[in-house]
Design a protein around this ligand. Structure first.
Ligand SMILES: [Zn+2]
Length: 306
């Protein structure tokens, strides 16, 4: 809520202004995007959060990280006074699971793939981040985990949560709201941004491409697509992303097969026509090429799934 300054002249409006300021602070850093009548996307610094609101309470997918998780909670409170019953983590990364203790303390059940709990329970090292991550506290761990697929029946919808073979990590889940025709892709999909791939956690660019294939089998031209990062998308955006992934992976693989060095491959600029649209922040084209190379060398899954 925003109140223009010019109406803050009288005492009543001044109280309203104070309330508005408090409200803004409570939700600062989070933008709420309406996806359908009962589903919202919350955008902030970390991964995108999906919020399903209805008669069964609140179901959310991912929960950002402190301190933004507080703002996520405040943003949900602006939509409904129902409790958050279930939090589903799309994968183990901190910018998607960092709010788990906050929501669990308030009574939410945390769900995720088996490998999310496994990775959060032990120390992890990320080459990408250049640092180790200690085990998460007990209060952050998912309490309901699954292997291949699980369905939730909430708020008049059937939500199919399916694990995909190692892609961004080895614990990725894509969640499809069948009746609302909305999907949350987790970090298998960065919209308009070169994706990060957690090669240390089993991720691979070929696996990402396979995950996108599996998702595309279930999407149609009307599907609203919530990416792990970036703005709300659709099937055309996912297909553009798939083309970029496959083109870059094929080019880099060809040069690896020719015996060319990493530095030589970087110099060859195999991403050139994509760079203007897909680079972001400090994630340069060079960084993306190095990551693709690392993925193809360390986790060389074949396109056919082998
Ligand atoms: Zn991630």
């Amino acid at each position: 809520m925003k109140i223009p300054n010019q109406i803050c002249g009288c005492l009543i409006a001044a109280f309203a202004c104070m309330a508005a300021a408090a409200q803004d602070e409570a939700t600062a850093g989070i933008v709420t995007v309406r996806v359908t009548d009962g589903i919202y996307m919350l955008m902030g610094l970390g991964g995108n959060v999906a919020v399903s609101v209805g008669e069964d309470g609140v179901f959310i997918i991912d929960d950002q990280m402190p301190p933004l998780s507080q703002q996520v909670r405040a943003s949900i409170a602006e939509l409904t006074d129902q409790p958050v019953r279930i939090v589903f983590n799309t994968h183990w990364h901190f910018d998607h699971t960092g709010g788990n203790p906050l929501f669990r303390e308030a009574g939410s059940v945390i769900m995720a793939h088996d490998n999310v709990r496994r990775r959060m329970s032990t120390a992890q090292f990320s080459t990408l981040m250049g640092k180790a991550r200690p085990p998460s506290p007990q209060a952050a761990l998912p309490v309901v985990t699954f292997d291949t697929e699980v369905s939730l029946h909430l708020n008049g919808d059937t939500i199919r949560a399916f694990h995909v073979p190692p892609a961004h990590t080895d614990g990725d889940t894509i969640l499809l709201f069948e009746d609302s025709n909305v999907v949350h892709m987790g970090d298998t999909y960065f919209n308009g941004m070169y994706p990060t791939i957690d090669v240390d956690a089993g991720g691979s660019i070929r696996g990402l491409s396979r995950a996108i294939d599996l998702a595309l089998e279930r999407l149609n031209s009307e599907t609203k697509v919530i990416p792990g990062h970036g703005p709300l998308s659709d099937i055309d955006g996912v297909i553009r992303y798939q083309v970029m992934l496959n083109t870059v992976a094929d080019r880099v693989q060809r040069m690896i097969d020719q015996g060319r060095s990493l530095e030589d491959i970087v110099q060859a600029r195999p991403t050139i026509e994509f760079d203007q649209d897909w680079t972001w922040g400090n994630f340069s084209a060079e960084r993306w090429v190095r990551l693709v190379y690392d993925s193809l060398v360390r986790n060389p899954a074949k396109p056919d799934g082998g």
